[in-house]
Design a protein around this ligand. Sequence first.
Ligand code: BEZ
Length: 210
Amino acid sequence: MAIRLGDTAPDFTAPTTEGEISFHSWLGDSWGVLFSHPKDFTPVCTTELGRAAALKEAFASRNTKIIGVSVDSVEDHHAWAGDIERTQGHALNFPLVGDPDRTVATLYDMIHPNADNTLTVRSVFVIAPDKTVKLTLTYPASTGRNFDELLRVIDSLQLTAHKQLATPADWKAGDDVIVAPSVSDDEARERFGDFTAHTSYLRTIPASKA
Ligand code: BEZ
């Protein structure tokens, strides 16, 4: 069954390039990004894993761990890792789940048979420290994902989780943010000082007050 926002991310124990991982314990109190790629030794996937490795510290600075998965074996992942480092300039520095029996792919509904009967699509799940799913994305095999967008979404999700703030269309870190409708005007003044009321329901504050 499809995983929806707010659902608890399914737990699993699986072999990875960094040894066996029990997913929920491995996440601990961190945020997590679980993302699938269709197949090892393929071009778009090679660029994606290099990019994710390059951004590992950017994720870590947001208290976020990243983990990849495909229906290839851990042995294949290790064999492929050299190509990722050589061609992308970044060595694999986060775990890749080996899922040849499709346990994780099935749990997370990552195989979309009408797109491809055997390979995972490019799924992304962003998971909060309470293990609830906060974002899902599905991309086709031929389109590499934008990992900067994942960082942007995590910044937004964390503003919501920690400060009851929301973010407008095309928001970037540093832009004005929106006071969530669940916060009253009085509470908004108390928490953020003044705010700009564009309408009764669209209220913004500068990033510096967030
Ligand atoms: C790729 O990563 O380039 C790819 C993987 C599976 C199918 C098509 C493309």
